[in-house]
Ligand binder design. Structure first.
Ligand SMILES: Nc1nc2c(ncn2[C@@H]2O[C@H](COP(=O)(O)OP(=O)(O)OP(=O)(O)O)[C@@H](O)[C@H]2O)c(=O)[nH]1
Ligand SMILES: [Mg+2]
Length: 229
């Protein structure tokens, strides 16, 4: 048994995560009085795969070889008032410009205004670290003091020494910012899953009295079904 107190977060059972809803905009997200961690990153960075690796389910979040698969904000409930959120990928070249601008707006809206957001996991392909949008998220985290945990994903694609070099380089770059952390990750090899779970526990495994106050919820906002393949 784990005890929860202010210094030791309890462990959440990420295997219990199940899909709850998909929201196209912030207004249609579930009530804003819980704690949630959002997975952000460029299209194809491996967000959905990482959620599946964490939860031990190959089907929880839809993954695809076609970038741009996740176009809605998908909510997965781990337990009451604790959520994981799969955000739409950004930067997919083949998406029409107007749609990109629309997604970006919804994403900005969610990141800026969501009270329930306890932290962001930023997924970056280890072979193409820190492109423009990744840097925007990093900068936003620094300015807003939002905790950010960066996963260098697809670490299996590089030799271990090269992967560690990439890790150390990024760690060095963010070392002055206490709320920014970095780790290696591979959904394929399940590398870094436990480290990620422990990190999420520090954000989500806190007392219920740290939940945000309930915000008025737009009951009109209809919620779409989990997007289909
Ligand atoms: N080798 C390897 N491939 C991976 C890994 N993680 C994801 N992939 C592959 O990368 C592709 C994209 O993965 P997704 O998890 O769908 O990526 P995403 O970030 O959710 O993409 P969008 O929903 O388009 O934003 C898929 O073909 C995955 O199989 C990994 O750790 N190692
Ligand atoms: Mg996805």
């Amino acid at each position: 048994m784990t005890e929860s107190n202010n210094t030791t977060p309890r462990h959440l059972n990420y295997r219990k995560a199940h899909f709850v809803t998909s929201a196209p905009t912030l207004k249609q997200c579930p009530p804003d009085n819980a704690l949630e961690v959002a997975f952000a990153g460029r299209s194809n960075a491996g967000k959905s795969s990482a959620l599946n690796a964490l939860t031990g389910s190959s089907k929880l979040a839809r993954t695809s070889k076609t970038p741009g698969r996740t176009q809605l904000i998908n909510f997965f409930e781990i337990e009451e008032n604790r959520y994981l959120v799969d955000l739409p990928g950004y930067g997919y070249a083949k998406v029409p410009e107007a749609m990109k601008i629309k997604w970006q707006k919804h994403l900005d809206d969610y990141l800026t205004n969501r009270e329930s957001l306890a932290g962001v996991v930023l997924l970056v392909d280890i072979r193409h670290p820190m492109k423009e949008f990744d840097r925007m998220i990093l900068q936003w985290s620094i300015e807003s003091h939002m905790p950010l945990h960066i996963l260098l994903t697809k670490a299996d694609k590089l030799k271990s020494g090269v992967g560690k070099q990439a890790l150390n380089k990024l760690k060095n770059e963010v070392k002055e910012h206490d709320q920014v952390t970095v780790q290696l990750f591979s959904s394929l090899k399940k590398t870094g899953v436990t480290e990620l779970a422990h990190h999420l526990d520090t954000w989500l495994g806190v007392e219920d009295n740290e939940l945000p106050d309930e915000e008025p919820f737009d009951e009109e906002g209809s919620v779409e079904n989990h997007e289909e393949e």
